[in-house]
Design a protein around this ligand. Structure first.
Ligand code: BG6
Length: 488
């Protein structure tokens, strides 16, 4: 049911006074306005507990755009944008909101804690809004498999699956979508994208930030629920999936689900959980997780998780997928690293030629410094045959000379057009929870790691005889200086 720009539709932001709305949603809608991608006729109605007037909401939106829009704030665009803004307080209730909305289809974004979803969906139903709404909800979709099923059942009592858009913002990132184009738009990679040529796959989401003001939320969540079960599994599914027969939502999501179906549930013995202690990041002393506001001094919640997954499929059997994520790590770095098999024997022998393992690897930098690099062995110039690892690099900034749109811009745009391709289907959510269920039930110890490190040393052992690749790229000069090419 793709809609056009000329079809009227209002957008309701429930939780419009909150952090997500100010930092992400309002700036994303503003940037869609700047690019003429919002419906010609459509209001953006804030709904929240504050007793604001529409003008108060406009002021709040202006601050959010000024502080967080990737393109800054342009007065002429904002003038157009603010004409769309309207506000209803929860004190006046859902019926007042329903009266404000017309009879046209609308989009309702639940930018509120997950614990409020079920009762809000009931209110949308009673007020009659649900009958003409599509609903956007944010992760976490439940807390475990059982609660995710209960949430899906509660949603389906009111709305069919095709009117539910579950957001995992990693799917809105250009670099994650480009992984699909890279794999299925270039025939050459498909030939080597399998167990015959690949020896291991690593997927990392490293953050240098701590839990910030979200200590209380994070205590109940931890890295496995916050990042592994959703962002890491989504990137895993795209990296490992078979080519879909078409690029439509169901074909693509069917293939993602097949990957999750083929994964072994995570073995608790193949998981290392960690928690940051005080340390230094970018020269600044930072406190440990247990000292963060809202966190219990005896907390065993993990702020780091590394795990090994095995996929039982013809393409991947025997290839370890090593996943890791953590807060307060040395740097912000999300990437997929594909390590290819080594040559069967070394032709260029001799003391000066080292043979690093995994000479060929492909690094897909999801963020920052978005791009793709391939490393291979080259001959150093000179009369002797001396080898050295070098890098070919594609960088978005150099090739496209433009900053990629924010994930939320793309995702909101797709909801307006009712395109489900980048959204998470009910069965994907449940498969993801089923995979982490063993470790949620039996989490094992949590190892300390100092803020500013790369996580607990215990995670090293997970890679077995292979090894984790660094999350930091050596520059060309750095490659020359490494042990892979000893100086003459
Ligand atoms: C969110 C998590 O989903 O993703 C946060 O709840 C995390 O804890 C964030 O910081 C990371 O997103 P990004 O886009 O900065 O990698």
């Amino acid at each position: 049911m793709a809609l056009c720009r000329t079809d009227p539709q209002d957008i309701v932001v429930v939780g419009a006074s909150g952090d997500l709305s100010a930092r992400k949603l309002i700036p994303a809608l503003y940037n869609l306005e700047a690019e003429n991608l919002l419906p010609e006729r459509g209001r953006i109605i804030g709904y929240a507990t504050e007793q604001w007037s529409a003008d108060d909401f406009r002021g709040h939106a202006r601050e959010g755009v000024a502080a967080h829009s990737r393109t800054g704030l342009d007065d002429a665009v904002f003038e157009r944008f603010e004409k769309r803004l309207d506000y209803v307080s929860t004190t006046d209730g859902m019926d007042a909101l329903a009266a404000r909305l017309g009879e046209d289809e609308c989009v309702v974004y639940l930018a509120v804690p997950a614990s409020a979803f079920v009762s809000l969906v009931g209110d949308l139903d009673r007020s009659g809004i649900a009958r003409r709404a599509v609903l956007i909800i944010e992760k976490p979709f439940g807390h475990d498999l059982e609660s995710a099923r209960a949430l899906n059942d509660a949603l389906h009592r009111v709305l069919p699956e095709e009117r539910i858009f579950r957001i995992d913002h990693y799917m809105g990132k250009e670099t994650v979508q480009n992984l699909l184009v890279f794999r299925f738009g270039n025939a050459v990679f498909e030939r080597v994208w399998n167990r015959d040529c690949i020896t291991q796959v690593e997927i990392a989401v490293a953050e240098s930030l701590g839990v910030e003001q979200r200590g209380a939320f994070y205590e109940e969540t931890g890295a496995i629920r916050d990042i592994v079960q959703n962002h890491l599994f989504q990137v895993l599914a795209i990296t490992a999936m078979e080519p879909p027969v078409t690029f439509d939502a169901e074909a693509l999501r069917n293939e993602k689900v097949k990957v999750l179906d083929a994964c072994h549930p995570v073995d608790p013995a193949k998981v290392v959980r960690g928690q940051y202690t005080a340390g230094v990041i970018d020269g600044q002393q930072v406190r440990g997780y247990r000292e963060e506001p809202g966190v219990s001094p005896g907390s065993t919640t993990e702020t780091y998780a590394a795990l090994r997954l095995d996929i039982d499929s013809w393409r991947w059997a025997g290839v370890p997928f090593l996943l890791r994520t953590g807060k307060r790590l040395q740097a912000r770095e999300s990437r997929v690293t594909i390590a290819f098999k080594d040559v069967p024997f070394h032709l260029f022998t001799g003391a000066s030629n080292e043979h690093p393992i995994h000479s060929n690897h492909l690094v897909i930098r999801v963020q920052p410094d978005e791009g793709i690099a391939f490393t291979f062995v080259a001959k150093q110039p000179g009369p002797e045959v001396r080898t050295q690892r070098v890098r070919m690099d594609f960088a978005y900034g150099n090739s496209f000379k433009t900053s990629p749109p924010e994930a939320y811009e793309r995702l909101l745009h797709d909801v307006l057009h009712r395109d489900h391709t980048l959204f998470i289907r009910e069965d994907e959510v449940e498969r993801g929870w089923a995979l982490v269920e063993p470790v949620l039930r039996n989490p094992g110890p949590v190892y300390p790691y100092p803020a500013g490190s790369w996580g607990p040393p215990e995670a090293e052992a997970l890679a077995g005889s292979a090894h984790w690749h660094s999350l930091v790229d050596p520059g060309e000069a750095g490659v020359t200086a490494t042990s892979e090419s000893p100086p003459r």
